[in-house]
Design a protein around this ligand. Structure first.
Ligand SMILES: [Zn+2]
Length: 273
């Protein structure tokens, strides 16, 4: 789900309706708005949201540093041809890819830094999430950036500051990989906690899929669940059909969270983590 409280201001100014964002009809328009300086569209509340917002800012910072270096390399050649510029962009792209990947890796490792004895299953899940993030970076983010830059240059753009700036929304979007990894990790820890409780003769704790009250909720689509249908209480982690930002229509835009019933209280995430 897209957090509308955080995005409300620019959305109102833009005249784009939330539904048009979700069904994709106004995505191009929204993307140009995302290139504006205010990139942090995540909720300000909660540790998870803060972590995610921090990762988003880091990814944009990595992109900005690379943009500056690449722009200076272009400007160092007076009267550089379109082909020379394309060459510079393509040659410097692997350095950006490596730094974006490293930034995501650090954030993924941060998810288990407080886990005393990470199990093999947890390590496997984290590696898998890393693989998914790496795949998204190499097959979607990097081509999006390089092709976006090259097509602007081929179309005759000469204001390179603006050309690079217009693509800042792309790295910001990839913070969603951290959001899904957070819940995949929570699910493994939840299942392990359940197993431990069972061995001690205790019942599993109930879990709740919680919708962000300020978000637009997605519906079912082919191969993906809608968050609106997933909202509710489940008897265990094992009963959850998906995790937020996982196999859901809204993917990395998901703002849902999972709460666990401990005693008579609902707490966010696996207790004690
Ligand atoms: Zn959601």
């Amino acid at each position: 789900m897209i957090n509308l409280r955080a995005t409300g201001d620019w959305l109102k100014q833009s005249g784009i309706k939330a539904q048009e964002l979700l069904d994709g009809s106004k995505v191009q328009e929204a993307r140009s708005l995302f290139a504006l300086p205010k990139l942090d569209v995540r909720s300000k509340t909660g540790i998870w949201e803060k972590q995610n917002a921090r990762l988003q800012r880091r990814l944009v910072r990595v992109y900005d540093q690379w943009s500056r270096q690449t722009r200076l390399a272009i400007e160092a050649i007076p009267g550089a041809t379109k082909w020379q510029i394309e060459g510079i962009v393509r040659r410097s792209a692997p350095a950006l890819q490596a730094r974006l990947q490293q930034t995501i890796d650090v954030s993924l490792l941060g998810l288990i830094k407080n886990v005393p004895n990470p199990s093999g299953a947890l390590g496997f899940t984290l590696l898998n999430q890393r693989k998914v993030a790496a795949e998204a970076i190499s097959s979607s983010l990097m081509p999006g950036i390089t092709n976006g830059l090259v097509s602007s240059v081929q179309a005759g753009a000469t204001d390179f500051r603006q050309v690079f700036r217009a693509l800042r929304f792309r790295p910001a979007q990839h913070a969603g990989s951290h959001w899904v990894a957070l819940f995949e990790v929570q699910k493994i820890l939840g299942l392990e906690r359940e197993q431990h409780r069972r061995l001690n003769g205790q019942a599993a704790e109930r879990v709740k899929w919680v919708l962000d009250p300020n978000a637009v909720h997605c519906s079912d689509s082919p191969g993906h669940f809608g968050c609106i249908g997933l909202a509710g209480i489940y008897n265990s982690w094992g009963a959850l059909p998906a995790v937020p930002a996982g196999q859901v229509t809204c993917r990395g835009n998901c703002r849902c969270v999972i709460a666990v019933e401990v005693g008579k209280r609902w707490v966010r995430g696996v207790p004690g983590l």
